[in-house]
Write a protein that binds this ligand. Structure first.
Ligand SMILES: Nc1ncnc2c1ncn2[C@@H]1O[C@H](COP(=O)(O)OP(=O)(O)OP(=O)(O)O)[C@@H](O)[C@H]1O
Length: 238
């Protein structure tokens, strides 16, 4: 990684009750970069993102955003500090219109002077512009995923956490989500993307971390990972 990290996860341990799930996980996300957090089912990807977002507070270690340790802070404090979290289960407000969903995201932002405006959002997500008055609950899974990402961006996060955004979607929609992430990256958005599928991340992210059973087993450039057949075979079943 060539730039200074904007977000670093430093040796975090996370427990669910008495079960230890993460063992000293270290991740550094460079400013304006996209890092793929890869691993099999149950490896601890979602738990890592939840730990960063404040939903599964680490028992040990630090979650540092721009030099400030956020570990143990409440989720809304972490969101206001600039970490936008898009969970695995798309969370739209089903009874509200697409536009209202976006405006709800804006209210939760750090300030009203942020980069993302409704107009800009519709430029980046033209599909949402065409359905701005539609009830969010009537959208398809892929559209709801786009809306959840867009709503989170309306809070003007400095780092966007995406938990398996392509999961359960048809291949053509997966491709559209990939294009969208590339577009966001080209706009300078810093992204931490949890994914099972390394191939989806090639051409999207430059950095990669692989976790297995709650421990980091690879950290480096994604191209380096691609060529590391031992790691991909052993931990990603490729
Ligand atoms: N609320 C919970 N209580 C107890 N154990 C949990 C809880 N949530 C997850 N786990 C366990 O923690 C481990 C890591 O799960 P996690 O969801 O972080 O994995 P993941 O890599 O995101 O996988 P997936 O792709 O299936 O979401 C798994 O063994 C899982 O069973």
């Amino acid at each position: 990684m060539s730039s200074d990290p904007i977000l670093s996860v430093e040796r975090i341990d996370v427990f669910y009750g008495a079960s230890k799930i993460l063992f000293g996980v270290d991740i550094a996300v460079g400013h304006g970069r996209t890092l793929a957090l890869l691993g099999r089912n149950g490896a601890g990807k979602s738990t890592t993102l939840k730990a960063i977002a404040g939903l599964a507070p680490p028992k040990q270690g630090r979650v540092v955003l721009r030099g400030q340790d956020m570990a143990g802070s409440k989720p809304y404090v972490i969101a206001r500090a600039g970490i936008g979290y898009v969970p695995e289960d798309r969370q739209v407000f089903p009874e509200h219109s697409v536009e209202d969903n976006l405006l709800i995201g804006a209210k939760r932002g750090r300030d009203s002077e942020g980069f993302w405006t409704l107009g800009q959002m519709y430029e980046v997500f033209p599909i949402l512009a065409g359905m701005r008055d539609r009830r969010a609950g009537a959208l398809s899974g892929g559209e709801q995923q786009m809306l959840t990402i867009a709503r989170t961006l309306m809070g003007n996060p400095e780092v966007l956490l995406l938990d398996e955004p392509s999961e359960g979607l048809a291949p053509i929609i997966v491709q559209a989500i990939g294009d969208l992430i590339r577009k966001l990256r080209s706009m300078g958005v810093t992204i931490l993307l949890a994914e099972q599928n390394m191939h989806f991340c090639l051409g999207i992210s430059e950095d990669a971390v692989v976790i297995d059973k709650g421990s980091v087993v690879f950290s480096g450039a994604i191209q380096e990972l691609r060529e590391n057949h031992e790691v991909t075979r052993r931990y990603l079943a490729i």
